[in-house]
Design a protein around this ligand. Structure first.
Ligand code: PMV
Length: 317
């Protein structure tokens, strides 16, 4: 047993959320500006495995059967999965978790927290998990969070690379022809992914043909977006984002606040804007020319964004 520390980034879904649950492709990139970090220290004998999340004022003891409680899924379950996988009892250790990723906001907080906990704990136990194994384990945690995850969050966060993701298919990354600048704006309304995903499911069950056609339209645009990113065709990319947002509205996963932010971005001459992640709240993204970033960011704040992060998805990403 040794000290260990691990981090995991947030993520942004650029195109294809929700349709990706139904086998259509989606594109996501890591967001290094926000991170979850876990550090593990040996503790006195008899302490057991204690997880602390000081920013949330939480301390929990991991026992094989511990279940329930608000922090079970996010903090305890990833640790239990590691102990079960490595087939070891809970060690005498303290794991401290910190995260700057807003919860339930479409930035992959759940997957990033699980990734950081699992990496740090397995490292501390001297049994570093290979990326494919870690990815499968984080997916298991995601299933507990929201039932039918596509697997996009765990994949982009564990591998820390841009991904062209199709559910069940091997990891596929792609080149970025020219760096582009995004603003990531938080509507300030937390929205659990699980609810949006199950509402889309209900919509699909009512009208498989109509909603299936929306998923297909999203799939077509994701393929076009990949080509635009590879070619560095930024204007095309912006227009595709705005079209994706219109299709997400048809899936009922936008919200007044998200629509207002997208409208404000476009008025301030962003190249395109859409919600990102589960929707109904959480974050939206706006594609901007770098020289207009601060003006668009100001417009987003004026339209109600509680935070705006500027990030460059780079040629070297
Ligand atoms: O809200 P997030 O960051 O967990 O993103 C969810 C993405 C969905 O496509 C809505 C669901 C999924 O499992 O892919």
């Amino acid at each position: 047993m040794k000290r260990a520390e691990a981090a995991a980034p947030g993520k942004i879904i650029l195109f294809g959320e929700h349709a990706v649950v139904y086998g259509r492709p989606a594109i996501a990139v890591p967001l290094a500006a926000v991170q979850a970090t876990a550090s593990v220290e040996p503790a006195p004998p008899g302490t057991g495995l204690v997880i602390r999340a000081p920013d949330a004022g939480v301390t929990v003891l991991v026992t094989p059967g511990s279940a329930g409680g608000a922090y079970y899924n996010a903090l305890v379950y990833p640790a239990q999965v590691v102990l079960r996988t490595l087939d070891v009892p809970a060690p005498d250790m303290t794991l401290t978790l910190r995260s700057t990723i807003p919860i339930a906001s479409g930035l992959g907080s759940g997957a990033a927290i699980a990734t950081a906990i699992m990496r740090a704990l397995s490292d501390a136990l001297g049994r570093t998990l290979a990326p494919a194994e870690l990815n499968a384990l984080v997916y298991e945690v995601e299933q507990r969070h929201h039932g039918t995850p596509s697997g996009i969050d765990n994949t982009v966060i564990v591998y820390e690379q841009p991904v062209y993701f199709v559910r069940g298919a091997p990891l596929e990354t792609f080149g970025i022809g020219a760096a582009f600048t995004l603003l990531v704006a938080d509507s300030g309304q937390p929205s659990p992914t699980k609810i949006a995903v199950s509402d889309v499911r209900a919509l699909y069950e009512q009208d498989r043909t109509g909603i299936g056609a929306v998923f297909d339209a999203i799939a077509t645009l994701v393929v076009e977006a990949r080509h635009a990113i590879e070619a560095g065709a930024i204007d095309t990319l912006g227009a595709l984002m705005t079209r994706n947002q219109a299709l997400l509205r048809q899936l009922t996963v936008s919200s007044d606040a998200l629509d207002r932010l997208c409208g404000a971005a476009e008025q301030a001459k962003a190249l395109g804007a859409k919600l990102s992640g589960g929707g109904r709240g959480g974050n939206m993204i706006a594609l901007v020319r770098p020289e207009r970033a601060s003006e668009v960011a100001a417009a987003l704040r004026a339209a109600g964004a509680v935070s705006v992060i500027e990030t460059t998805v780079g040629a070297g990403a």
